[in-house]
Write a protein that binds this ligand. Structure first.
Ligand code: COA
Length: 390
């Protein structure tokens, strides 16, 4: 039985800051951000968007009534969830009006959560071929103003519908995963900003990729020449390039050129959104599929997932016949085109805006947020979400 990705949706908040203007303000050479790190624009989440609304908006764009009825499992990967107890998946389940006979859970392991969700979805569908699973990866990456991590912030969500007989990509069974206790990036429960040992996180990311790739080759007997493209978790777009470079020596120049060119295409959306943590790998996959119109059906794509702390996994998928007919290229182009630039001052003010933590009531103006699903306020410690389509 084929199991895999049937639909992919994406949502980013409607605001962004230009990285060259941020560099100017921070007295940094803009080339450091646009070339050294590889980011052009950074999505900025207004207070009316959180991990729940970003994910719900990403899923809203792809699900039809049949999907809503067939989904019996919602798996929400996030490291910036809104509640330590109730899962973000339950809110999304309600906001989208999904079949009540469904499971809804949240999965956490830094940027790896959505990958764990996909593998759980695959196992669930193997047991229940009629079901569809909604896997969400949604986050707002925050390191703090004027920190080394600031240039690698971002916000957004990816929604993946996983099913049997998938229209976009079937997932192959070979996969290699590895865990090791490393303090390269973490966020204590009392902090709304992440802490990172940037240099260590870069080193470990590359070491994990090398480890899972070598193990994958030994297990599968396949090599780089068997791949049309390899996509990466992208905390910033230079990161995957740094990991891919050393292994390219294993293959011919032709294959190297192909993988490098496809890597470049796979960074396009991420370069203009920033780090979206759990969704970043899938945003990169989407970027490749939607921006390259001649990837042949049957092509094998590699996916490297990395969640600091750390868990890494390498797995693969095969593009299905007519997969392009099932992408939402126009919808995503419109989303990018409709975004609005904010000044660095505006970005800083939005960054500092926080919700009350003492139970006091706040009503937020959702008229300025074009998203269909928004956070409208907080009452008695309860977030009030609105689906404007209802
Ligand atoms: N022109 C072009 N490139 C420049 C440059 C310039 N003027 N100035 C610096 N650079 C390059 C550096 O050479 C470096 O490239 P390299 O990594 O290929 O060597 C890159 O820009 C970044 O410079 P660096 O001095 O290392 O940046 P930094 O110390 O400010 O921090 C991160 C970069 C990514 C470590 C930091 O943003 C961070 O901690 N981010 C959060 C954690 C993270 O994303 N980790 C990734 C793995 S999960």
């Amino acid at each position: 039985m084929k199991i895999g990705i049937d639909k992919i949706g994406f949502y980013a908040p409607h605001l962004y800051v230009d990285m060259t203007k941020l560099a100017d303000r921070r007295n940094v050479d803009p080339d450091k951000f646009t070339i050294g790190i590889g980011q052009d624009k950074m999505a900025v989440a207004p207070i009316t968007q959180d991990a729940v609304t970003l994910a719900a908006n990403a899923a809203l764009g792809i699900l039809d009534e049949q999907d809503k009825n067939d989904i019996d499992f919602v798996i929400f990967g996030t490291e910036t969830g809104v509640d330590s107890s109730k899962s973000a998946a339950v809110y999304v389940h309600e906001l989208l009006g999904l079949n009540p006979y469904a499971r809804a859970i949240e999965v956490k392991q830094a940027c790896y959560g959505a990958t764990a969700g996909i593998q759980m979805a695959k196992a669930h569908i193997a047991m229940n071929p009629e079901s569809k699973v909604l896997v969400l990866g949604s986050d707002i990456a925050r390191y703090g103003l004027n920190t080394p991590g600031e240039a690698t912030q971002g916000a957004g969500a990816v929604a993946l519908l996983v099913s049997a007989a998938p229209h976009i990509m079937s997932l192959e069974d070979q996969s290699v995963y590895v865990t090791s206790d490393i303090m390269d990036f973490w966020r204590p429960v009392y902090s709304d900003k992440a802490f990172a040992d940037g240099k260590l996180s870069n080193e470990q990311y590359m070491a994990f990729f090398s480890k899972v790739w070598q193990q994958y080759k030994a297990k599968s007997g396949l090599g780089l020449e068997n791949f049309e493209a390899i996509t990466f978790h992208l905390p910033y777009t230079k990161m995957g390039k740094k990991a891919l470079k050393p292994v390219l020596e294993e293959t011919t120049e032709d294959v190297q050129e192909r993988l490098k060119a496809n890597y470049q295409l796979s960074t396009g959306y991420n370069r203009n959104v920033g780090n979206i943590y759990t969704g970043s790998l899938y945003l990169s996959l989407l970027s490749l599929l939607e921006q390259k119109d001649d990837l042949a059906a049957g092509s094998r794509i590699g996916l490297f997932s990395y969640g600091s702390g750390a868990v890494g996994e390498f797995f693969t998928g095969i593009l299905q016949n007519d997969y392009r007919d099932h992408l939402h290229v126009k919808q995503h182009a419109e989303l990018f085109a409709a975004r609005k630039e904010v000044t660095v001052d505006e970005y800083e003010a939005i960054f500092e805006e926080t919700l009350p933590t003492d139970g006091s009531r706040v009503e937020l103006d959702i008229n300025n947020d074009p998203a269909k699903i928004c956070l409208a306020g907080v009452t008695d410690h309860k977030r009030q979400y609105v689906n404007k389509l209802r």
